[in-house]
Ligand binder design. Structure first.
Ligand code: 5GP
Length: 125
């Protein structure tokens, strides 16, 4: 089911459970504010998800309610991960927000895709 960006935060969503260590992940980065791990169903040779540890449903929620510290931490984490030599040839960031973008997990996540030519920027519908 897709995410309604106005829904309250669900503490049992899959990424909340990964943050609490109840479900394993292949971690690539962690600090006080941010966790990053490999997507379970990669769409490219490199497919990393970067999430704030705070309780934010979507970009909408995060950009309105997160502190400047949290926003800076997420931005800098994405930058740090993306500077890995494996991403030297370029990468794509995707943030699906709400129903029309087909967001499926109700915890903000930034997709980092890399490792091959990624093709069309948008699927023509
Ligand atoms: P969305 O469609 O919400 O933008 O992306 C959700 C992403 O989360 C998908 O790419 C999906 O493969 C990934 N995902 C869903 N469940 C899990 C999980 O349990 N572990 C990991 N590592 N990724 C997950």
């Amino acid at each position: 089911m897709t995410v309604d960006i106005h829904q309250p935060y669900d503490d049992n969503n899959i990424f909340a459970r990964i943050i609490r260590g109840e479900i394993p992940c292949k971690k690539v980065f962690e600090n006080d504010q941010v966790l990053a791990f490999h997507d379970i169903n990669p769409q490219a040779p490199v497919h990393i998800l970067v999430i704030p540890k705070g309780r934010y449903v979507s970009w909408d929620d995060f950009s309105e309610k997160a502190s400047d510290t949290e926003i800076a931490a997420l931005t800098r984490a994405v930058g740090q991960i993306s500077r890995d030599p494996a991403l030297n040839n370029g990468y794509r960031l995707i943030v699906n927000c709400g129903h029309d973008a087909d967001q499926l997990v109700p915890h903000l996540h930034i997709h980092i895709l890399s490792g091959k030519e990624l093709g069309a920027k948008l699927i023509q519908l």
